[in-house]
Ligand binder design. Structure first.
Ligand code: C2E
Ligand code: MG
Ligand code: MG
Length: 938
């Protein structure tokens, strides 16, 4: 390679004959062209300069002749030859003057000068005639030598030639340098790169040229080298592959020899029989296994006909089969007399000369045949069992083909067995789209749950059925997959029951409404939603039917239940679908109103519920007016537990009840405070009852309207609270009722009133016939021991029963109608009088009253107050009085405050009156003062 480099280097420096160089030719052409140009310019310059010089000498000659003419005219005219000579001599001193000749008018030579030795071929000649007053006096002939002019001209020629030669030389040098710089050097670099490529270095790149032409050559060269490099690498790869292939072939050839040996060994040692026959069924080769099968030795059979061993049919089949391979089963009797079942797998091999050879592998299947028979019998048995299974059984083979479907499929799906035999996709098609995934997984051998995966399918008749999918992969003894066994059990009934149970767990059995659990869950969801979303409003309404207990007790539980069902229906009709109505047991309902546009909307819906419930309900011929109290909690986000929400809605509901029933109250913090206060009051009352000095009785006199005299007193409890001062019964009796304190409190009142009355009777004669009325609250009246308690107090203080009257509200009696009759009968038979308190405010129908053993009826003060406002009101009072009289009861009017009322009542036949007109409730001491006649009470 280094030889190449030196060769190419020297070829650049020296030129062989016939070789040309661009740079040399270009330089020669350039120098030649420039030499011509410079030569032309120099010649032009020289000609110009010589012409100028000639002109200069011509001008000088003209000048000399002029001056001479002027200088010699007068000496000639004056014939002053001396001056003439003198002047002319002065001129001839100038070496340019070669000849000077002056003649007169007669041609006489006056002066003649010829410079010796001066032979000039081309002198400058001037001739001039001399005149004075137009008279010719002579002439001058002058010749100036051209020698100096020629000498100057020669000098110019010399300088021009020198300039020309110097210029050509300089141009030659510069051109050479430029040629080197612009052409030879880049070419040398190109050559260097090419040398590298030639030496196999394809990494060389031209990228330093500043001239576009070379740059382009360089880039093309780069591309070329890249292409060469890639081709070379490809070539190398191909080469490697080829080499690898050659190696492989060599290896294959070697292994072919080896494998032939191995196969020969295999054929010789395999348990499977092997033989090879030619076209005429002549045995060419056999292995020992085949020999064993047929019971002959290799030597005995080789060269024999296969037909003689396996029978003519077999020979016929081998002869006639022209295809590549053929398999068949055969049974023959071997030389030992044993019947052998064989399976032949034969392959025809056509050699290059179209000679047919047949190779056959022979398997002794006598054992399998027997097993097959046994298996078939066993399969038949299993199939019979499977056919009668209740579940829908399927066997899907490893290829995905359905191998077996039990007849139960028709019972479960309505489709016949054949339908599912078409493929597992048939099952998939009737499955619910959300459950198809399970089926697809099962087909891949993955069963989501070992206990069964519940799926829905649509029967042929369109009905939905639930099935439980179980299954497993089935493997043969040798571990090969036999596919999948899938079982589908109809669980529709179970699902139905599950749903039923689930429903029952969350619903009220009587009304079908949501129960407490479901309601709490809905509330919790609503709270969470309202926390997540802005402007999400919801409301929880606690609704309690007013006086439901009375209906239940008076009309029976059956009607009570029907009423609750009807109320539920009405609630469901009134609310929207997204709302939840739940029953909390008894007559309590919770309504959860969701997605409200505003809290006000919640109130609007509650009003709608109230209006809907206010329509009378007809049940078994009974027209029932129903109302409820509603406690509403609006968007209560600050709660974590639904129970708290319900509790506060309950507080609001209680407020609604207290404020007069059929009311809607929206919960606020104050209510809660009041509830807390009520609790405080309860514990204070407990303490008061323990201490015994905070509670006392006041007594309000009852008057005979006829005689205007006091006939008795009504004992009214008072509580002197240590912090709050006087607390009226209206405030703490309901609380005592609710808390159960009323039993103890009531007992104390009975005791104190009896004790007091007895004491007055002992001390004051006028008290002996007076009545002591005590109030019995509804819950107190529900206490079975009440009658015993009263009777024991009477006997304890030895107070005659006729001096005691109990006041019970009609509601208290009606709530437990049956029990009431018994209790009242017992009191009555003991002699205690019974009065209906606050008559007119309850629900009792007047006709019901006759069932009870009563003595007196107290008209509620609300009727008395209004009786003089309109005749209708007056008529109501009249009706009450008449009713009472018809029932054999006397009448007490409560709350008589005005004389007019008293008069009107007397006119209506009302026997007794009680009210501020007569006296407010007064203390024990005042009553005593009255008995002592110290004060008057009216
Ligand atoms: P009541 O049995 O109807 O008692 C009559 C109530 O009317 C008394 O109120 C009495 O002060 C008031 N009153 C009487 N005349 C007039 C009148 O002219 N004008 C006005 N505005 N009011 C009049 P009081 O004492 O506040 O008792 C309220 C209720 O508390 C009683 O109503 C009764 O139901 C209950 N109560 C009072 N003491 C007891 C008691 O010892 N045991 C039970 N269980 N309840 C009691
Ligand atoms: Mg009373
Ligand atoms: Mg009353």
């Amino acid at each position: 390679m280094s030889e190449n480099t030196t060769a190419s280097k020297s070829s650049l420096l020296k030129f062989k004959k016939g070789e040309r160089s661009i740079s040399r030719d270009l330089a020669a052409c350039l120098v030649f062209a420039l030499a011509i140009i410079i030569g032309l310019v120099t010649a032009y310059e020289y000609i110009g300069r010589s012409k100028m010089l000639r002109q200069e000498y011509e001008d000088k000659a003209d000048n000399y002749i002029e001056q001479l003419a002027k200088s010699v005219t007068f000496p000639i005219w004056n014939f002053d030859m001396g001056s003439l000579k003198h002047v002319c001599s002065a001129y001839t001193q100038n070496e340019q003057f070669a000849k000077l000749k002056i003649v007169d008018m007669n041609g006489e030579v006056l002066f003649n000068f010829v410079r010796p030795g001066d032979k000039d071929d081309n002198p400058i000649v001037r001739v001039r005639d001399l005149y004075i007053s137009k008279e010719k006096i002579g002439s001058i002939r002058m010749e100036l030598s051209s020698r100096i002019y020629r000498r100057n001209l020669d000098w110019i020629l010399f300088v021009s030639s020198l300039t020309f030669l110097t210029s050509v030389a300089v141009i030659y040098i510069i051109t050479g340098f430029l040629m080197d710089y612009f052409i030879r050097n880049p070419i040398a670099r190109l050559r260097k790169g090419m040398d590298k490529v030639a030496m196999g270095d394809f990494s060389y790149r031209f990228d330093e040229f500043q001239y576009i032409e070379l740059l382009e050559i360089g880039s093309r060269f780069n591309r070329m080298t890249e292409e060469i490099a890639s081709r070379e690498s490809r070539l190398e790869e191909v080469n490697k592959v080829l080499q690898g292939e050659i190696l492989m072939r060599e290896k294959a050839a070697r292994s072919l020899v080896k494998s032939e040996k191995r196969y020969r060994a295999l054929v010789e040692t395999t348990a499977e029989g092997f033989f090879m026959i030619d076209e005429s069924s002549i045995l060419l080769d056999v292995n020992p296994a085949f020999c064993t099968m047929i019971g002959l030795t290799r030597e005995e059979v080789l060269g024999g006909d296969i037909g003689a061993i396996l029978g003519d049919t077999a020979a016929e089949r081998f002869r006639n089969n022209e295809g590549h391979s053929h398999k068949f089963e055969l049974s023959f009797v071997n030389s030992n007399g044993r019947e052998v079942d064989i399976f032949i797998n034969a392959t025809n091999l056509f050699e290059s000369d179209n000679v047919k050879l047949t190779f056959a592998f022979v398997t002794d299947v006598s054992g399998y045949k027997m097993m097959e028979k046994a298996l078939r019998a066993s399969e038949e048995e299993y199939r019979t069992i499977a056919e009668y299974t209740f579940d829908w059984e399927m066997w899907i083979g490893p290829t995905g083909a359905v191998k077996y479907v039990s007849p139960s499929c028709e019972r479960i799906s309505g489709y016949p067995k054949a339908y599912f035999m078409e493929g597992p996709v048939r099952v998939e098609h009737i499955l619910h789209k959300n459950d198809r995934e399970f089926w697809q997984k099962a087909l891949r051998g993955t069963f989501p749950s070992a206990d069964g995966t519940d799926m829905r399918l649509f029967r042929r008749d369109g009905l939905l059925r639930w099935v439980s999918l179980t299954g497993h992969q089935v493997f043969a003894d040798d571990g090969t997959s036999l596919g999948l066994r899938i079982s589908l059990r109809d669980i529709t009934k179970r699902k139905f029951m599950e749903k039923q149970l689930q429903y029952e767990a969350l619903h009220d059995p009587l009304t079908g409404l949501a129960n407490r659990t479901l309601c709490c869950d809905r509330i919790l969801q609503a709270v969470e939603r309202s926390r997540r979303r802005d402007n999400y409003y919801f409301a929880v309404v606690f609704m309690d039917l007013d006086r439901f207990k009375i209906i239940n007790d008076s009309l029976g539980h059956n009607i009570g239940d029907k009423l609750l069902v009807e109320v539920s229906k009405r609630l469901l009709q009134t609310i929207r679908e997204l709302d939840t109505v739940s029953r909390f047991g008894g007559d309590e309902f919770i309504v959860v109103l969701e997605e409200l546009a505003s809290p006000r909307e919640g109130i609007r819906i509650v009003r709608r519920i109230r209006d809907c419930l206010n329509d009378p309900i007809m049940i078994e011929g009974h027209k029932i007016n129903i109302a409820a109290s509603y406690g509403v909690l609006l968007s209560p986000t600050e709660y974590d537990k639904p129970e708290e929400i319900i509790q506060n809605a309950n507080v609001a509901m209680h407020q609604a009840k207290e404020s007069g029933r059929d009311r809607i109250k929206v919960f606020n913090k104050r209510m809660l405070e009041e509830a807390v206060q009520a609790m405080q009051l309860e514990s204070d009352l407990r303490a008061a009852m323990l201490s015994g000095d905070e509670l006392y009785l006041d007594y309000q006199p009852i008057y005979s309207l006829q005689s205007q005299s006091v006939v008795g007193f009504e004992a009214l409890i008072r509580w002197e609270h240590p912090r709050r001062g006087l607390v009226m019964p209206g405030e703490f009796i309901p609380m005592a009722e609710e808390s159960g304190l009323i039993f103890e409190l009531g007992s104390w009142v009975v005791s104190e009133a009896c004790r007091q009355m007895k004491s007055w009777q002992v001390n004051y004669d006028s008290a002996s016939e007076m009545m002591m009325s005590i109030n019995i609250s509804p819950r107190q009246f529900s206490q079975p021991a009440l009658v015993d308690n009263i009777l024991s107090k009477l006997s304890e203080f030895d107070l005659p029963a006729r001096n005691l009257k109990i006041e019970i509200t009609e509601t208290a009696i009606m709530e437990r109608a049956k029990q009431s009759v018994d209790m009242l009968n017992r009191l009555k038979s003991a002699g205690v009088l019974v009065s209906i308190d606050d008559f007119g405010t309850g629900y009792s129908s007047m006709s019901n009253l006759q069932e009870f053993p009563l003595d007196q009826l107290k008209i509620d003060l609300s009727f008395v107050r209004k009786m003089n406002e309109s005749t209708e009101n007056l008529e109501i009072v009249r009706a009450i009085v008449n009713l009472a009289h018809n029932l054999g009861l006397n009448v007490v009017a409560e709350g008589v405050e005005e004389i007019e009322q008293q008069d009107a009542l007397r006119d209506l036949g009302c026997e007794f009156g009680q009210g501020y007109l007569f006296s407010k409730p007064i203390s024990r001491s005042k009553v005593e003062a009255f008995f002592k006649n110290e004060i008057k009470l009216s």
